[in-house]
Design a protein around this ligand. Structure first.
Ligand SMILES: NC(=O)c1ccc[n+]([C@@H]2O[C@H](COP(=O)([O-])OP(=O)(O)OC[C@H]3O[C@@H](n4cnc5c(N)ncnc54)[C@H](OP(=O)(O)O)[C@@H]3O)[C@@H](O)[C@H]2O)c1
Length: 363
């Protein structure tokens, strides 16, 4: 490993980003140094940049790349230099992010990329799939696909689930996982032009989320018996709409953005992908590692790797932003304006032009 410095997208501390050069990170125990090939964008990238106002942090979470070096205590049976891997880090809160030439990643969350899958397609998988796993298999206790267990022998007993916001990155993968898990009927919401695409992923019935009666209509469609839901939006009117869809006796909503329901008998359970990294953090909330979280992350990572090998996950089309990391301002703008539709925004690191200005940090 010869490079000592690298190009990275850095926070400016006032909600913006700029390209700069910083030192290449070193892998600590149980960590792996990765050369990032493609980084994928998620809403959290611009939201954290906007709301965690620190200068000089590296932006970006999702990545696909090549293992360069192993830290101490990494299982060499499982991972070796040269392997193609994908995962995510907690971007924009410190000096480690995926919008950079290199990053360090905890070894336990590395998804191995099968030969048939491109870096561009693989980069979109980690946050969306592992967060969907938290919601479905932890918060809602659905049976884990590919896992043989006595716990849920009769899969048909899992009747209906509502996945609100089926056309989100997390929603599209959650729909497929819920179907593999054995759920009988998956109800969802999207814009009308995406109804057919969601049905192809496994949704039974889709409703337009802009219809203010969508919650009531889902309640009728499910015969007033809906008990479990996953809310992939959790903002604006959705907390009310999702609660309205549930049975009169209430139920459980797994949420990506935290809220409390005003409806009697409705429990909301918030999942946060970052907890799977097994590290403490202070943004977007204060978190200390909990027992079992790292093991759950490892188990879900292996399961997702298996689904990719078997080509069982349908991925979204990608939108490659020109000029690599120099295009992040444009990519943020597209996402903030809601113009990404079902395309996943990705950056090829090698497309980034040489950096001639911007901060030169730490050396
Ligand atoms: N807690 C966590 O760890 C975690 C992890 C990942 C994401 N998140 C959060 O979860 C949310 C979704 O993230 P994402 O990356 O999956 O989303 P995304 O891919 O950016 O989702 C975009 C899609 O959302 C749909 N949408 C917008 N408003 C909607 C509404 N009111 N009801 C239903 N669908 C709506 C639109 O579908 P149409 O095109 O059909 O209109 C749009 O195409 C974000 O707030 C993100 O910050 C949290």
């Amino acid at each position: 490993m010869n490079a000592k410095t690298m190009i990275a997208v850095l926070t400016t501390g006032d909600g913006r980003t700029e390209l700069g050069r910083i030192a290449v990170p070193r892998p600590g125990p149980k960590q792996v140094l990765i050369k990032v090939v493609v980084a994928a964008q998620n809403p959290t990238d611009w939201k954290t940049t906007m709301n965690f106002k620190q200068w000089g942090n590296v932006v970006g979470c999702d990545f696909a790349g090549i293992v360069v070096e192993l830290g101490q205590e990494v299982d060499e049976e499982f991972i070796q230099p040269g392997h193609r891997v994908a995962s995510f880090v907690h971007g924009a809160v410190d000096l480690n992010g995926s919008f950079a030439e290199y990053l360090v990643s905890p070894a336990h969350l590395l998804i191995k990329i099968p030969d048939h899958l491109s870096f561009e397609n693989a980069a979109q998988v980690p946050i969306a799939s592992l967060t969907a796993c938290q919601c479905l298999f932890k918060s809602l206790s659905l049976p884990v696909p590919l896992e043989k267990t006595d716990q849920h022998t009769d899969s048909t007993t899992i009747g209906d689930i509502l996945i609100w916001g089926g056309n989100t990155s997390v929603g599209r993968i959650a729909i497929q996982l819920a179907k593999m898990s054995g759920v009988k009927r998956i109800v969802s919401t999207s814009s009308p032009e995406n109804f057919e695409a969601l049905k192809k992923l496994g949704v039974t019935q889709v409703f337009d989320y802009r219809d203010h009666k969508a919650g009531q209509k889902i309640n009728s469609y499910t015969g007033g018996k809906l008990r479990i839901a996953m809310d992939c939006i959790g903002e604006g009117t959705t907390p009310f709409q999702v609660s309205e869809a549930l049975s009169a006796g209430g139920g459980t909503i797994s949420v990506l953005n935290p809220y409390l329901s005003r409806k009697n008998g409705v429990e909301t359970i918030h999942s946060l992908g970052y907890t799977l990294l097994g590290q403490a953090f202070e943004f977007p909330c204060v978190y200390e590692p909990r027992s079992g979280e790292l093991e759950f992350g490892t188990k879900m990572t292996r399961m997702v790797s298996g689904l990719l090998v078997e080509k069982r996950l349908r991925l979204s089309p990608v939108r490659i932003i020109p000029r690599g990391l120099a295009g992040v301002v444009e990519g943020f703008d597209i996402m903030k304006r809601g113009k990404a539709n079902h395309e996943k925004i990705v950056y090829r690191i090698a497309d980034t032009p040489p950096v001639t200005s911007g901060p030169d940090l730490y050396f």
